[in-house]
Design a protein around this ligand. Structure first.
Ligand code: FAD
Length: 563
């Protein structure tokens, strides 16, 4: 039954960071806006993410003593996207991303900090920078959200200290290898958490928000400042198309059908199709499983499918924001391995026990390599991360905390199934179903070179990017150490993702185009509902949320042109 008839100027579908930025800007442009969200939690994958944005030539760079320019960024993005993205979209992003950032910082509660040492992912390419372009959200106080805090999607457990306490990216990096000041920092994080007594009485959730929760919290509070409504449990089902334009959506709200009309247009920010097994099988390389994703459960390609019915064009549907992931029993999404591959004392192998990639390569490239190397006689989907007792003792890995803080006997039962452990490499290989002779030969060769800090086969640790998450106390190569000391450990690594990146073809103003290349009036797409302007690549940390928010703001500006 149609229970409600509503009319706004702009309807935003989805409540990720891009959608909320679009909603804020549309409101500030004088438009009446409504945000609808399918789940009973707002924030989507953006909330569980690192919340980082990649903004070349941002205004903080000169203030921090760095340098950057539009032209260098253009050269870099053009090179790494390999001609797969129209230059006009790259230019639109590079021109408007710094403006989007300023708009948010000057008009909302959102704050970011440029990271001087966070290198672009391909620092050797022309126009790349060794730092400053990736920006992390500043911590945000959840108390300002009142009851709305409980309705925000929870952070990923892997981003929390001891599964509970929030950390910034910079703090996590200090703790990763017990860098200078790590004990004081640990005490600071612990006391910040436990001294929030009113918070502890309410729930175990940390009210000092960091990463994606900080970004989504600041955006949500900014919506609240404007009385801008966000409806949970309201799922767009189809687009209303009347008199040659998109006029709103038909949605289910708490189980009932409602029509929400949008005078100016609809912005689809409903994420990708990572949780839709059928779409994965149809579009992505095989094998592919929805359960391998590190993204939360609601992104089932609804926005893309609704626009396809109106003749929208799609692109990059066979690509994802790939990331190797590990399953943990009882968790709704898998854990992405972002940093552990860079650390010394581990290798990634196929079922023949052979290495096939530089383990420290950007996460997207690991999964591209897994698919490329996958053969029936030497399967690399899944692959296996192998490490020794030294590595296990010193570093966290997937759901495992470092052994000095969590020896094997203290590992929770749910995590026990995520790894295998044996006294010898042969025995470990047998447990994992890897060829034992192959693994021993690989480790023998790897160790020989690793002792000298070299990797003639895959060059691990040679790139500045590889070394960002290396262990600076290990010399001469912070990413290399031999695997010598038993017991040995292995984890099954799936060809996972942090969201898909293929979707609706959009122009420089985020308007959805049809197969003839013409805009479908009243329809916009951003974030993972749109084909990424980064093409097949991942230029630097923040390459998905940066564009989602920038094209969100551009869509809101386009919608306001004749407001
Ligand atoms: P989402 O943020 O997922 O938002 C989509 C929303 O739409 C969801 O809330 C969903 O429930 C809702 N929805 C779906 N269907 C409907 C419907 N029919 N009606 C209404 N609502 C609907 N990227 C970065 O750039 N920087 C990072 O630091 C970073 N770190 C990451 C860390 C992790 C662990 C993960 C998993 C991802 C990370 N990513 C990062 C990737 C990034 O989070 C996602 O690519 C990005 O957030 C996607 O944004 P989105 O708006 O497209 O989708």
């Amino acid at each position: 039954a149609i229970t409600d008839n509503l009319e706004v100027d702009v309807l935003v579908v989805g409540s990720g960071a891009g959608s909320q930025a679009a909603a804020l800007r549309a409101h500030d442009n004088g438009l009446k806006v409504l945000v609808i969200e399918k789940s009973d939690r707002y924030g989507g994958t953006s909330a569980v993410s690192g919340g980082g944005i990649w903004i070349p030539d941002n205004h903080q760079i000169p203030e921090l003593g760095g340098s950057d320019s539009f032209d260098e960024a253009l050269q870099y993005v053009k090179t790494v996207t390999r001609g797969m993205v129209p230059e006009a979209r790259i230019r639109a992003y590079l021109q408007h991303a710094p403006r989007m950032l300023r708009y948010l910082e000057e008009n909302t509660r959102v704050r970011f900090k440029a990271q001087p040492q966070y290198s672009d992912y391909y620092p050797e390419e022309a126009g790349a920078k060794p730092g400053y372009r990736s920006m992390d959200p500043s911590p945000f106080d959840a108390r300002t959200l009142g009851d709305e805090f409980a309705r925000m999607r929870e952070p990923s457990p892997g981003t929390l200290m001891m599964g509970r306490m929030a950390m910034t990216m910079a703090e996590a990096r200090v703790l990763l290898c017990r860098g200078p000041g790590w004990i004081g920092l640990t005490l600071k994080i612990l006391s910040r958490y436990y001294l929030d007594i009113p918070g502890r009485l309410k729930s175990r959730r940390d009210r000092n928000l960091t990463l994606g929760n900080a970004l989504v919290g600041a955006l949500r509070r900014s919506l609240m400042d404007r009385n801008l409504p966000l409806w949970l449990e309201t799922a767009a089902q189809e687009l209303l198309f009347e008199e040659g334009r998109v006029a709103g959506v038909r949605a289910t709200r708490h189980g009932e059908t409602v029509e929400i009309r949008a005078r100016k247009g609809v912005i689809l920010g409903a994420g990708g199709f990572e949780r839709n097994q059928q779409m994965r099988e149809r579009y992505l390389p095989r094998p592919s499983r929805a359960k391998w994703t590190a993204a939360p459960p609601c992104n089932t390609g609804d926005g893309i499918r609704a626009a396809l019915e109106l003749g929208a064009a799609t692109a990059l549907m066979d690509h994802a924001w790939w990331a190797p992931t590990v399953r943990v029993e009882g968790e709704e999404k898998q854990r992405a391995l972002f940093v552990e591959r860079n650390l010394p004392g581990c290798i990634l192998v196929n079922s023949a026990g052979q290495r096939f990639v530089n383990e420290a390569a950007p996460y997207a490239d690991i999964v591209y390599a897994m698919y490329e190397a996958n053969r029936t006689d030497a399967q690399s989907v899944p692959a296996y991360l192998i490490f020794d007792a030294d590595y296990r003792h010193k570093y966290p890995c997937g759901p495992l905390l470092p052994g000095y803080a969590q020896p094997d006997r203290a590992v929770p039962a749910s995590v026990r199934k995520s790894f295998k452990c044996a006294d010898t490499l042969e025995a470990l290989a047998q447990m994992l179903g890897i060829d034992p002779a192959g693994l021993c030969a690989t480790v023998g060769r790897f160790n020989e070179h690793a002792r000298e800090g070299r990797d003639p086969d895959f060059h691990k640790g040679e790139s500045l990017f590889d070394r960002y998450y290396g262990d600076p106390t290990v010399t001469p190569n912070p990413c290399l150490a031999p695997l010598e000391k038993g017991p040995f450990y292995g984890m099954v690594v799936d060809a996972g993702d942090i969201g898909t990146k293929g979707g609706l073809v959009t122009d420089t103003r985020a308007r959805v185009l049809n197969e003839a290349g013409e805009p479908i009036p009243g329809l916009y797409a951003i974030g993972n509902s749109a084909a990424s302007m980064m093409g097949p690549t991942y230029p630097g940390a923040g390459s998905t949320i940066g564009p989602a928010m920038t094209f969100g703001v551009l869509a809101a500006d386009d919608l306001a042109v004749d407001a």
